[in-house]
Ligand binder design. Sequence first.
Ligand code: DSN
Length: 447
Amino acid sequence: MTPSVLSDAHAPHSPASTPPVPGIATIRATDPAIADLIVKEAQRQENTLELIASENHTSPAVMAAMGTCLTNKYAEGYPNARYYGGCEFHDQVETLAIERAKQMFGCKFANVQPHSGAQANAAAFMACMEPGSTFASLVLKDGGHLSHGMKINFSGRYYNPVHYPLHYDVSHKDFERIDYDAVEKVVLEHKPKMLLCGYSAYPRTIDFARFRAIADKVGALLMSDVAHIAGLIVGGAHPSPFPHSHIVTTTTHKTLRGPRGGLILTNDEELAKKIDKAVFPGMQGGPLMHVIAAKAIAFGECLRPEWKTYAAQVVRNAKALADALIKLNYRITTGGTDNHLMLVDLRKRSEALTGADASRWLERSGIISNMNGIPSDPRPPKVTSGIRLGTPAITTRGLREADMATVASFIDRALSAGLKGETEFTHASAEIRNDVRSLCQKFPLPH
Ligand code: DSN
């Protein structure tokens, strides 16, 4: 049986590929309902183009490690300093992960236990600030992250965020890029304990040295949340946050292509001790040792010479996709990209086009993205005038620059059809989905 990948009533011309799912027979024997859903999700991933900038496809080894007996163990504490017996092999796993993390970023200390990027950030805050302390960051709607001071997040409830701006003046040469002079002004005025850089929806290179120089003017700690660009940094496709940053946080599942999780790095021994205490027992209990093993495997993959090729290709693909969309009359914020992502301002294509409609129409056409506000977006976050697109996942499956014009044409066909109304769209999206599947079949996921 081949369950359908997408629920659209209009059947595609070509059948979905059914990828192998290791361990599925074992799961099915215990729980056929969950087994069916896992197979459907495997098919969805195999037969659609993943353009969400924060997602990727891990290697089979990374995935396999998460399904091992390491999940059975409590290992509260750190290597050779645990609160539970039986941690001999867990100590070795975590030590390997730590050593590889340090090697990847060329730094002295790493904590591999955060369960997520948001928890890594929470631990970094706990290590460096008292509740109520002021920190400076970019606001979420301009490309920041919810854990960088959103009012309903811990970071905005228990600390005092002040935000620095982008250049909002369309005539400025750095329109929609960070306004470093304004960062300095905000920092001098508010004297924050920490200055944060690193973003979720910012397509340009970050000047870490400039941020550090600004932080130093008031004795602030510079924290760089490189979750989005970590894999590019490791592959030499984006400048490193070291030696400029006091503290670096990241997720491990985006451009690093590892399991879902977080990571904290520093060169400062005193800070490293505070970070360890903040992660455990400050924020978390038992580490997810099966995930830490998967992190170690992913870090090992990032340390291979071919990682540089991957990182460079992610950026080349993003530039090619942005160029192709510009040719099709879409506006890309800042005029393009230096990294793995771009923000598409849909209003140039049609004033009526919203991010919510666009991402829905794309999904029905087999292209997965997310709606995203653009700087100064007049529309609310659940509507938006933009979509965010990224190339890490499609680069993992082997697409190259020459394929980006094809991807852009799929996007344009879907959005153009959507603007014409449901009848036209239903017909067009079935054809696009079929074309997307054919492309995906040429570039199977790593199995
Ligand atoms: N949710 C992530 C993203 O999509 O960028 C950030 O944590």
